[in-house]
Ligand binder design. Structure first.
Ligand SMILES: O=P(O)(O)OC[C@H]1O[C@H](OP(=O)(O)OP(=O)(O)O)[C@H](O)[C@@H]1O
Ligand SMILES: O=c1cc[nH]c(=O)[nH]1
Ligand SMILES: [Mg+2]
Length: 212
């Protein structure tokens, strides 16, 4: 598994405002959207393209166009939904599948309450959206599901990652044939005893959408 921390002053600036406890939900949603588009630029570096012959007003030339099958974008509900528009702005022809997952506050174990994905992914490139990689249980389960359905590769886009979660994913997904990459805006210090990322930004779902 590869982990890529996007090092860019605009990303760091927006993330700082996002972390601030005084930032309200409307601003939090806007910044999440903007950050995802910046992260998606890095995350799509290996998106599939094929040559395309075109004619400019001046001459014939060869460019590229997105290859088929189209990439699949998979937001993990709830909080991942706040990242969908920002991703689709960069990949407007992608298709979208959905995974509803929630972490038990006591055991910190993730369970899946909704799955709306193609049965056979047929080697497709998949982009999973989830703002928080904390213990890694949620993303490990999501990547396993996509790999079982035949994903060709999986790129997970996160706003924040904890070192414990990255290590968990590395050990959980190390045996997969499917290449997995994590792209994140920051690798934070640690998890606290409640499984929250420190310094973190709190509960991403609550800050986007209010208390569940
Ligand atoms: O890495 P983990 O320890 O598994 O934790 C990360 C998960 O926790 C949060 O979801 P939550 O369960 O709060 O659901 P929500 O998005 O509906 O708020 C977050 O959005 C991730 O999906
Ligand atoms: O810090 C954390 C950890 C898990 N989920 C969140 O929303 N925030
Ligand atoms: Mg939550």
């Amino acid at each position: 598994m590869r982990t890529h921390v996007v090092d860019h002053p605009l990303v760091a600036h927006k993330l700082t405002v996002l972390r601030d406890r005084e930032t309200t939900s409307p601003t939090f949603r806007l910044l999440t959207d903007e950050l995802v588009t910046l992260l998606a630029y890095e995350a799509t570096r290996e998106v599939g393209v094929v040559p395309l012959d075109i004619e400019t007003p001046v001459t014939a030339t060869t460019g590229v166009t997105m290859s088929t099958p189209k990439p699949l974008v998979v937001p993990i509900l709830r909080a991942g939904l706040g990242m969908l528009d920002g991703m689709m702005r960069l990949l407007p022809t992608a298709e979208v599948g959905f995974l509803g997952m929630v972490r038990d506050e006591g055991t910190l174990l993730a369970s899946t309450y909704a799955t709306r994905l193609p049965e056979d992914l047929g080697g497709r490139q998949c982009f999973v959206l989830d703002p928080m990689l904390a213990t890694g249980g949620t993303l490990a389960a999501a990547v396993h599901l996509l790999a079982e359905r035949g994903a060709g590769s999986v790129v997970c886009i996160c706003l924040l990652a904890a070192p414990e979660g990255v290590a968990h994913l590395e050990s959980e997904l190390g045996g997969l044939d499917t290449p997995v990459t994590v792209v994140t805006a920051a690798l934070d210090e640690r998890l606290n005893d409640k499984g929250y990322i420190v310094p973190g930004l709190g509960d991403a779902g609550d800050r986007l959408y209010g208390i569940a």
